[in-house]
Structure formats: structure tokens, C-alpha cells
Design a protein around this ligand. Sequence first.
Ligand SMILES: Cc1cc2nc3c(=O)[nH]c(=O)nc-3n(C[C@H](O)[C@H](O)[C@H](O)COP(=O)(O)OP(=O)(O)OC[C@H]3O[C@@H](n4cnc5c(N)ncnc54)[C@H](O)[C@@H]3O)c2cc1C
Length: 435
Amino acid sequence: MKFDVIIIGGGLAGLTCAIALQQQGKQCAIVNNGQAAMDFSSGSLDLLSQLPEGSAVEKSAVENFAEIYPHFTKLLPHHPYTLLGKEQVLAKAERFEQLTQSLNLDLVGSSKENHFRVTPLGGLRRTWLSANSVPTLPLSQAEFPHKRIAVLGIEGYHDFQPQLLADNLKQNPQFAHCEINIGYLHIPQLDQLRNNAREFRSVNISQMLEHKLAFSELAQEIKQAANGASAVFLPACFGIDDQHFFNSLKQATGLNLYELPTLPPSLLGMRQRKALKTEFEKLGGVLLNGDKALRAEIVDHQVKALYTQLHQDDALYAEHFVLASGHYFSSGIVADFDRILEPIFDLDIIGYGDFDNDKRLSWTKDRFSAPQPYQSVGVKINAKCQVQKCGEILTNLYAVGSVIGGYNNLELGCSSGVAVITALTVAEQILAGGK
Ligand SMILES: Cc1cc2nc3c(=O)[nH]c(=O)nc-3n(C[C@H](O)[C@H](O)[C@H](O)COP(=O)(O)OP(=O)(O)OC[C@H]3O[C@@H](n4cnc5c(N)ncnc54)[C@H](O)[C@@H]3O)c2cc1C
């Protein structure tokens, strides 16, 4: 089989790149072997939340990306944002915001300023884009606009803890003026799930409710449990495919309902991935789901063919290849006992700071909560996102998303931004002819 572009990985990075290419008439195939990080994420997308530990700047928490950029590039010379440059990063961030609008992803936020989202533990976290159903506040806002808040859990459901959320929420100055009460919904339709705690998860709950068989009873139960509160926080268990179910509940109750991410799986992230996947397929893209890229044939610094689990003899061919296989979580990067590697092409890798692949002791820091060097490891790219193997650039193989190394995405809170910005950069490179 031959395509214009073959993308390995169908997470945020792979799908974003594939949509941008497919929109311009390139025939793309995505080889994808499993769920993506988005299916487990909060559904809020981070551009850059924090500068690295020990930065000698006044404030390490990021408000405005453009303002902080000069410090950032000095501290993180190998970060994809530094390699691509400020203009490129901001242009691609804006382009992604437009894409999410055209796909009706119901996101709020802007690359011009981070906002706070309420976390399931009742903290406030800086982020770039959040679902409009999630409680958020501008960084400058002194008070949450509602005074009486009800945090409602679901009886027997352990992946969302109202008391913990309420207790922590009160500690934030923006919620100090609020009266926060908790309550539990029973929802009799879920009794069948309650018999097996392992199946009492957000996905099962939403599937059970999606046919809206007792919808008005559910709306009534929420109204009663809210007990006059003007804002109601619920676990994100209502609506698996998109936000329609949640919006209907909002309308039926007449209340300011908000949903919060639960322990994974996360409906907020899954909805977004579904929308991207549907768009890719609508544009005529080919999704080879359940297949795994294994190895490639490389001739004269170019990838010629890709062999997968289902195409072990009969290779896949393309002019360009994009590696969007994710980080450790998705096995895009793997750690053996004595080496961290990229398993499909065995590409050159890079870490942040003192990381040295040959010195295992440099992979970790003693302090458990410190940013761990192994987390910064990924493939090395140039300013065009081309990768290298044994020191030589592979001209038609690009990396996008969290498979890229040189920075610690957990510490910086920039993983989704890197995913979409590198994805759109690579799409542009390929459309311009590559090389
Ligand atoms: C648990 C978790 C929670 C997170 N929460 C947030 C959050 O709240 N906000 C935020 O901004 N970021 C969050 N992130 C960061 C997240 O990684 C990025 O936002 C982004 O989704 C990464 O996208 P990606 O496409 O690079 O990788 P992934 O989403 O990991 O996708 C890689 C895909 O490649 C596939 N793949 C891997 N190897 C192969 C192969 N050999 N053949 C075929 N397919 C392959 C995998 O199956 C997977 O589907 C979270 C990450 C994790 C792991």
C-alpha cells in the first residue's frame, strides 16, 4: 500500500498533523495500536504552565507565553519551542485554536494568556485550553462568580471525591467567599453497575445513561441535590461522544452545571480524540487501527518502507513518515535496564540537563518529587522536526508530540502544546515539499 504520508500514532499529535495534511489533499494513513494519552488526560490542553525548577526568574508560573519566551529559550535550548522559534509557536497555537473552533470542540482559552482550571482535587492549575463545561477562571479574577456551590458525587463511584474537592477548593483565595456543600446522586439506572466496583467507571456510567431513558428523573435528582446552589460541580460522567448530553442536562435543570475530570479514563479527553478521529476519516484519511509499526527500511537517509504487525511482508510505502508514537505511556519511548530508546527506528535520543543514556545513575534524582531526568528523554529533532539516526538526519522522517525529547513535559506542563505545534509545523513542512 502506498500513501503520501504515513503517520505512526493516532494521539493528539498524529491526528492533528494528519488532519492538516488531509485538508490540503495529501493522502495519509495513520498506523495506531492502542489508546492515546488524551483518553486519560484532563481534557485541558497545556501550552506552557511552568518554567523549570531553579529558574532565576521572578515568577516561574507562566501567565503569558510570549512574555516569558526569552527566559524560556535560555533555560531550555533543546525544547521544541526554542528550536521552532516564537513566531512559529504562536502562529501554530493560533491555528490550532481555529481548528478546534471549526470542529466545535467547545474549548475556551487563548495562547495570549493562561487561565486557571479547577482540578478534581480542588486545586487551581494553569492551562491553555479547557472545555467550556469545566470550571475555569481568568488568572486575574479575584473571585469565582458563584457564591453557593454544590459538589455532587455519585453513590458508590470512587473516581471522584466531593469532600476532598470541596475541602481543598476552599483553600484557594478565589473560592474563600464560597459556601461549598457536597452531596451524592443515586441515579437508580446505575444500580446494575454498582454490583461490580471495577466496572463502575466514567465510561460505563455514560454508556448506561446515553439513551436518556430516565433523563427527566436524573435532571430532577440533580436539582434536588443542588439544594439551591447556584453552581453545581459534577464528575465528567455524562456524555461519552461529545458534550450534548451534558448540555441537555444543563438546560433541563436550569442550573450552572460544571463537569470535572475524573480519575482516568477521562471522558473530556476521549470526546476530543473522537472529534479529531472523525474529522480525519471524514476528510478521507485511512486509519489502520489495531496495527503496530515494527521496523523500517532506510536507504540513503530516507525511510523507504514501514513494516507493521499486520504488514510484516507486504510493507507500507510513503514519501514522508511522521513519528507520533508518544512517550513511555504509549511505548513511543521505552526504557531497558541499561538504555532508553525509541523502539521502531532506534533514533538518536536526547534528555535535559545532566541526563546521560550510558550512565544509569543520571536517569533519576534521589528526591522522589524532583523532576526526573528520564522523563525528559525523547528523540532529537532539528528546527524542521526531522529526526536523526547515528548523527545523520533522516530527511523524510519527522517527529511530533511527546516522543520528542530535551525537556521535562511533566514539570513544564507543555505536552499538548508541543503535540499540536510540532504537528502543524510538520504538516507545513511536508506541504512545502519537505527535505
Ligand atoms: C495519563 C496522562 C494524562 C495527561 N494529562 C494531560 C492533561 O491533562 N493536559 C495536557 O495538556 N497534557 C496531558 N498529558 C500529556 C499528553 O501526553 C499530551 O497532551 C498529548 O496528548 C500527547 O500526544 P501524542 O500524540 O504525542 O502521544 P500519545 O497520545 O501518547 O499517542 C501516541 C499514540 O501512538 C501509538 N503508538 C505508539 N507506538 C506505536 C507503534 N509502534 N505503532 C502504532 N502505534 C503506536 C499509541 O498507541 C498512541 O495511540 C497527559 C499524559 C498522560 C500520559
